[in-house]
Design a protein around this ligand. Structure first.
Ligand SMILES: O=P(O)(O)OC[C@H]1O[C@H](O[C@H]2O[C@H](CO)[C@@H](O)[C@H](O)[C@H]2O)[C@H](O)[C@@H](O)[C@@H]1O
Length: 376
């Protein structure tokens, strides 16, 4: 029987399947049904493969749209209303697997003994509440203070799907490092180079060749989707977001069709999904997990044991970073969520207010431990 290689990787909505036949990539699309794999590659028979693609809607046009819309629905938690007893049972077993980082605080600080904690923070839904208008997702002054204090003791980076300048305009803390566009636009710690003795921030933009294409696709999406009331297209520099939070559910299929029509012309771009948002980005193998590794390396912690990275995030794209930490067996991923979700994070926090508490506690603990050291 002919065997095909299927590359399965995590996306915001579930998994992205890339089917490679004779080294040629045929499809790359977001589907909802997860396939369990080890190491990202699975081998399945041709008939099984076609069946999988048909059920997931990758093969047929309408099927694909249905899968997209199903997936858009799945990213709206209000649609999933389990009965209270089932809900409690589910939540109970989930919280045992991913206990609150506040309750596990001592375990986290114990694990950091002799190590430098490095903080990685997602922005939307982690530092700022989710709101209807993406341009008004401001973080509170008290959260800004908490992040500023944390950065005094721990190197701190913001890792966001937003464009770097925009997320900086929300956070406004120059002492942090920033990875925008899902990690594709990094401004890291300052370093002096051989040729230039003056210290400059490390900059890394692995998708720079895609800039003209992203700009073109942004304009095309803006034009195409303007007939759908509530749809909002956001240019995140190395990726584009199509928001449907304010779109009537009856128009989701139309919107998905429009996005697909535009994307058809751009095989080098792929679609992932976030919280009521379709995200269009380059097919390069770069994500928030890779950005985390890049920043650790820039900070001088490549392959080191004396570091404890903590990554706090609420989104599917943050899973790439949680997975990196899990695979390295180093540090902890902390998922911000009020409801059970499939995750590679070790711990959980319910909402941005708890993220703030956690940062406060970490700073307080560090202050006390430094004071203790200075006394002996
Ligand atoms: O990686 P993040 O910092 O979490 O960014 C992910 C996306 O966040 C923003 O959209 C989300 O937040 C909006 C404001 O609360 C909300 O209206 C939207 O429904 C959410 O999806 C941002 O606008 C996107 O560009 C980011 O990709």
């Amino acid at each position: 029987m002919t065997k095909q290689n299927v590359l399965v990787s995590e996306t915001k909505s579930g998994l992205a399947i890339t089917v490679a036949v004779s080294n040629t990539s045929l499809f790359s699309s977001a589907v909802q049904k997860p396939l369990t794999t080890q190491g990202g590659y699975i081998t399945i028979s041709r008939s099984k493969l076609l069946k999988t693609l048909e059920t997931s809607g990758v093969v047929t046009g309408t099927g694909r749209i249905n899968a997209w819309v199903d997936s858009m629905r799945a990213s709206s938690p209000t649609h999933v209303r389990p009965t209270p007893s089932l809900k409690n049972k589910e939540e109970g077993s989930w919280i045992l697997k991913h206990p609150s980082a506040l309750n596990m605080f001592e375990d986290i600080t114990n694990a950091s003994k002799g190590k430098q904690i490095v903080m990685f923070l997602d922005y939307d839904g982690t530092l700022s509440p989710i709101v209807d208008d993406p341009d008004r997702a401001f973080m509170s002054e008290s959260m800004r203070r908490a992040v500023r204090n944390a950065a005094r003791y721990f190197p701190t980076a913001i890792v966001s799907g937003r464009c770097r300048d925009k997320v900086y305009s929300f956070v406004r803390l120059a002492e942090l490092y920033y990875a925008g566009s899902h990690g594709m636009d990094i401004k890291g710690p300052t370093k002096s180079s051989k040729n230039n003795k003056r210290k400059q921030p490390v900059m890394f933009q692995p998708a720079s060749e895609f800039l003209p294409m992203i700009d073109e696709v942004y304009k095309a999406l803006l034009e195409k989707t303007k007939s759908v009331p509530g749809a909002k297209v956001e240019n995140n520099r190395f990726c584009v977001s199509v928001h449907f939070r304010c779109v009537d559910e009856k128009s989701w299929t139309t919107l998905a069709e429009q996005v697909r029509t535009v994307l058809k012309e751009y095989p080098k771009l792929r679609l992932t999904q976030g919280r009521k948002v379709l995200e269009i980005r380059p097919t390069i193998k770069w994500d928030k997990g890779k950005a985390l590794e890049f920043l650790l390396e820039s900070l001088g912690f490549a392959n080191q044991n004396n570091v404890l990275p903590l990554y706090i995030g609420d989104d599917r794209t943050d899973e790439d970073a949680f997975k990196v930490l899990r695979d390295r067996g180093q540090g902890f991923g902390i998922l911000v969520s009020k409801s059970p979700k499939d995750t590679n994070a070790s711990y959980s926090l319910q909402e941005p207010a708890e993220v703030m508490d956690f940062l406060h506690r970490l700073v307080e603990w560090k202050r006390l431990s430094l004071r203790g050291h200075s006394r002996v």
